[in-house]
Design a binder for this molecule. Structure first.
Ligand code: HEM
Length: 179
């Protein structure tokens, strides 16, 4: 018998998937990699350079962190070296708060969904949009939201907010694969 977890069943599903992997579905994969992968990064880098140019003292601090990291690795940047750069992380986090390349998340439920703790049902097939830019610019959560301030993402400060008030990479099983 071919149960849902059997190897036969999985290979069968795999074959169906690849048999359908053509036309619009194929083009959509290339398009998502360009828009989600390439364009999101290009926009983020452009806004980092803009904000650092507007506040050169932030640029100096970040530059010192980069130089320190290189000093520790015989003048080169390594993957681990970049991962350890706390201030770089804070700067990038603040950029994608203020300029999220994808300001809206979208979902379509494949079954009726009751929002837990309420009697509100989102019916199957209803388009649901989450305006994450609105969350990122909420002055109750991010005071003076137009001001670019990487300190919002220091280790201490970032734990003071509800995690779902910051969604630059989405959330759940369909979130960004590039994070
Ligand atoms: C600053 C950089 C990036 C930002 C802010 C960003 C943001 C996002 C957001 C908001 C989503 C939708 C998530 C959701 O609906 O929950 C997404 C999806 C996606 N991202 Fe990114 N992204 C970035 C970089 C990348 C990179 C580098 C790649 C490729 C390696 C990538 C590939 C994708 C793909 C394939 C999806 C669709 C995932 C799915 O539908 O299952 N992204 N991204």
């Amino acid at each position: 018998m071919h149960t849902k977890n059997s190897t036969y069943y999985n290979l069968h599903q795999f074959k169906i998937f690849f048999a359908d992997f053509k036309g619009d579905i194929l083009v959509a994969q290339a398009a998502i990699f360009f828009t989600a992968g390439f364009e999101a990064n290009a926009a983020t880098i452009a806004f980092i350079l803009y904000e650092l140019a507007m506040q050169p003292h932030l640029q100096t601090r970040l530059r010192e962190e980069v130089l320190d990291a290189m000093d520790k690795n015989e003048g080169t940047l390594t993957y681990d070296g970049v991962r350890d750069m706390e201030y770089l992380h804070m700067v990038v986090s603040e950029v994608v708060r203020k300029y999220p390349p994808m300001p809206i998340l979208d979902r379509v439920p494949n079954r009726d969904y009751v929002i837990p703790g309420t009697n509100i049902t989102i019916e199957k097939g209803t388009a649901v949009y989450v305006p994450l830019l609105g969350l990122h610019m909420d002055p109750a959560v991010y005071p003076g939201p137009e001001h670019f301030d990487p300190e919002r993402f220091s280790e201490k400060n970032r734990t003071t907010r509800h995690p779902f008030m910051y969604l630059p990479f989405g959330e759940g099983p369909k979130n960004c694969i590039g994070t």
